[in-house]
Design a protein around this ligand. Structure first.
Ligand code: ZN
Length: 297
């Protein structure tokens, strides 16, 4: 079975906190049977810090992983059962400040998804955590249209509601949320409303469910994570929902989901809830593969 995870912050930790404990290692990925791990290059909380140097550092960490045998793929369809592959993403589009040519450069280096904001306003948009009701900025619309043209998925995790709505209305391809849950289950700005989830799914988008206990709900465990998947299925998410763990970006973890090695527990939790094997396969990874077919350029 192909298992895909659309978000972790491992590269950021390798760059900023060398030597710290990592949830995501080749060992834990193999133990969990993960076929595709997306590695985010995360802008971090240093707002006006040297974004260029930080991202150069994370690209360097990625090169070091590849020297150790980590295999980069350019599309989820390249994921192979029984093998671990990794794909690049961005969390916070601050690197795209200089202009569209930078987006092209990131795409050429293998970036396939980009979260428009993290928790700070940038030149594209406003984050969910800001409480802003303003939509995308003009450069945001331009940059996201260009991202979609060159094959970078617009990732709405961390983006405010008005920004998500703007992507649905002003951009050609359906967005994804790499690591977000249901606001109807846990009322938190980082979670997506039923209305937005319905529209994301109806447009052909995709959502990876986040394991961060704060937005999973109490008691944070495998069953609470499954609750979010069930709710998304009720909103039209069949075949359009998967996993976006946020490992190495979260300190607390749900019981029974403490790292990639625990993915089998979640797969078992889906079966226990009554999901048919076809649905389990979609949620585990095929849904992501199919989303990238829908947004193919
Ligand atoms: Zn995040």
């Amino acid at each position: 079975m192909i298992i895909c995870d659309t978000h972790c912050d491992t590269l950021y930790n390798l760059q900023v906190r060398p030597g710290s404990h990592l949830d995501v290692t080749m060992d834990t990925l193999k133990k969990g049977g993960v076929s595709l791990q997306t590695l985010a290059m995360f802008v971090g909380p240093g707002r006006k810090g040297d974004v260029e140097a930080l991202f150069a550092g994370m690209f360097h960490q990625f090169e070091l992983l590849k020297e150790q045998g980590w295999k980069q793929v350019d599309d989820p369809s390249e994921a192979v059962d029984g093998e671990v592959s990794v794909m690049l993403s961005i969390e916070g589009c601050e690197p795209f400040d200089p202009g569209l040519e930078v987006i092209d450069e990131y795409r050429r280096r293998g970036v396939r998804m980009a979260a428009i904001t993290w928790n700070h306003e940038n030149t594209l948009a406003y984050p969910a955590m800001s409480g802003s009701t303003q939509g995308l900025k003009p450069y945001g619309v331009e940059a996201i249209r260009f991202m979609q043209q060159v094959g970078i998925a617009a990732d709405v995790s961390h983006l405010n509601d008005a920004g998500v709505r703007d992507i649905l209305e002003k951009c050609d391809k359906p967005p994804m949320a790499s690591h977000s849950n249901c606001r109807a289950l846990v009322n938190h700005p980082r979670n997506l409303s039923d209305e937005l989830l319905r529209d994301i799914f109806a447009a052909g988008g995709y959502v990876g469910v986040n394991f961060w206990p704060t937005i999973v709900g109490d008691p944070a465990n495998v069953d609470r994570v499954v609750d979010h998947i069930v709710h998304m299925y009720e909103l039209g998410g069949e075949g359009k929902v998967g996993f976006g763990s946020d490992f190495d970006g979260i300190e607390r973890k749900p019981e029974g989901l403490t790292g990639p090695q625990d993915f089998p527990n979640l797969i078992e939790g889906l079966r226990r809830r009554g999901f048919a094997e076809e649905d389990v396969k979609n949620i585990a990874g095929l849904g992501l593969v199919n989303y990238f077919k829908r947004i193919a350029v």
